[in-house]
Design a protein around this ligand. Structure first.
Ligand SMILES: C[S@@+](CC[C@H](N)C(=O)[O-])C[C@H]1O[C@@H](n2cnc3c(N)ncnc32)[C@H](O)[C@@H]1O
Length: 390
């Protein structure tokens, strides 16, 4: 069956955030509010396909991992029937989904329930796409390394096989600037989710990541503030490409990244250079971070200090023993108290993604109950997002 839906895919528990970001991006880039998406599971949004919407979503969204155009669905449970279904669909499809001479790749995801193996499904979908295009007089070939178009086959919740074009051409989480991963990098789209959950606003918030590792959060914050577009060759191949400018080109965020570890900071510097952003990096122990030092940096930027957002994903386990971890959390708690209300520093919020139950306990004694606590998995590890008003 021919279908026509735009699917925005993110990490589990992020569909509300993705929907909010979609509204913001569409209002700014298209001057319209998008239709209300259907939420599927905890990490997918589905909307009727529209080329403008697809362009805006793929070019500007930062919280999802993929943007897909679902084009065919089959109830077939065997490969022969799947091939026949796809050939019928392609023959009757008026949309221009291919360019003569293009290379394609096909990937299967979540197809364990299908009666055939992943490679056989990939082979069948690929054959149907090549043969179907051939019948329409177009020559496609397989190019797994540099395809003009990536196709994805997956089973939906009703166990029907959906075939989609991956409009972003792979994981949108990879922004292309990471030169050095550091020891425990946060995935870039999750940094964007954290910023949205904290309602980061670069006009009012100085951003400080006191345990920044390879710098993901400060780097992401600068691009998120400007809403930097990404280059999307697949949209060009589909005839939907157009020039894109940052949505907020005048945004002038101040972002500060600190870490105890020199190697991590060197990685952060390399990454920021590759990302084309200016972040103030400082080596330091979270225990010694003071609002006065942050105020000084803000003044150096020619601005008056006025509070902001402390945001981080602190260490939470594996490489550290419980005592060390407790010491770090206690040091962080003491530091956050210095940024608390009444301090000359202005008003601060603090947001964290962390997977250790001990974190909440230690913070409760230091700064009380969080205003927001929300489950948010980090690389399949159970974790929570916390937000405090300090
Ligand atoms: C989970 S990693 C942060 C990863 C980072 N968000 C990224 O994307 O690369 C935690 C970081 O906390 C840093 N750290 C640990 N103890 C610290 C302390 N006392 N003061 C400052 N940084 C510390 C570590 O060096 C590490 O880089």
């Amino acid at each position: 069956m021919i279908i026509d839906e735009l699917r925005i895919v993110g990490s589990t528990q992020t569909n509300v955030v993705m929907a909010a970001e979609l509204v913001r991006v569409c209002k700014r880039a298209l001057k319209v509010r998008p239709p209300e998406p259907r939420k599927e599971g905890l990490g997918q949004l589905v909307l009727p396909f529209d080329p403008d919407l697809a362009w805006a979503a793929t070019t500007y969204l930062r919280t999802p991992t993929r943007v897909l155009w679902d084009v065919y669905r089959s109830k077939a449970v065997r490969l022969e029937a799947l091939y026949d279904d796809l050939m019928t669909d392609i023959a009757g499809d008026a949309r221009k989904l291919w360019r003569d001479g293009d290379g394609i790749s096909v990937e299967a995801r979540r197809v364990e329930e299908f009666a055939a193996g992943e490679r056989q499904i990939v082979g069948t979908v690929k054959n149907a796409l090549l043969d179907g295009a051939h019948r329409r007089g177009l020559q496609l070939h397989v190019d797994p390394e540099r395809p003009a178009m990536r196709w994805v086959a997956r089973l939906d919740d009703n166990n029907e096989l959906v075939v989609s074009i991956d409009l972003g051409g792979g994981s949108l989480s990879q922004r292309g600037w990471r030169r050095d991963a550091g020891a425990a990098p946060l995935r870039e789209h999750l940094a964007a989710v954290l910023l949205m959950l904290c309602r980061y606003d670069s006009r009012n918030d100085v951003l400080v990541d006191p345990m920044c590792g390879a710098g993901t959060i400060p780097i992401e914050a600068i691009h998120a503030a400007r809403v930097t577009p990404r280059d999307v060759p697949t949209l060009t191949a589909l005839g939907m490409g157009r020039a894109a400018e940052p949505l907020f080109p005048d945004a002038d965020p101040i972002a500060i990244g600190c870490d105890l570890d020199l190697e991590s900071l060197a990685a952060a510097r390399d990454n920021a250079r590759a990302a084309g952003v200016k972040v103030t990096w400082q080596r330091g122990d979270v225990a010694t971070l003071k609002p006065e030092a942050i105020a000084e940096i803000v003044r150096e930027h020619g601005r008056e200090p006025g509070g902001g957002l402390i945001i981080s994903n602190p260490p939470y386990g594996e490489r550290l023993n419980e005592h060390d971890l407790e010491d770090i959390y206690q040091a962080l708690g003491t530091t956050l108290r210095r940024f608390g209300r009444g301090a000359a520093a202005g008003s601060w919020r603090a947001g964290f993604l962390v997977g250790s139950p001990m974190f909440e306990e230690v913070m409760f004694h230091a700064i009380g109950r969080p205003r927001i606590k929300k489950p948010l998995a980090n690389a399949n590890l159970r974790a929570y997002f916390y937000l405090w008003d300090l």
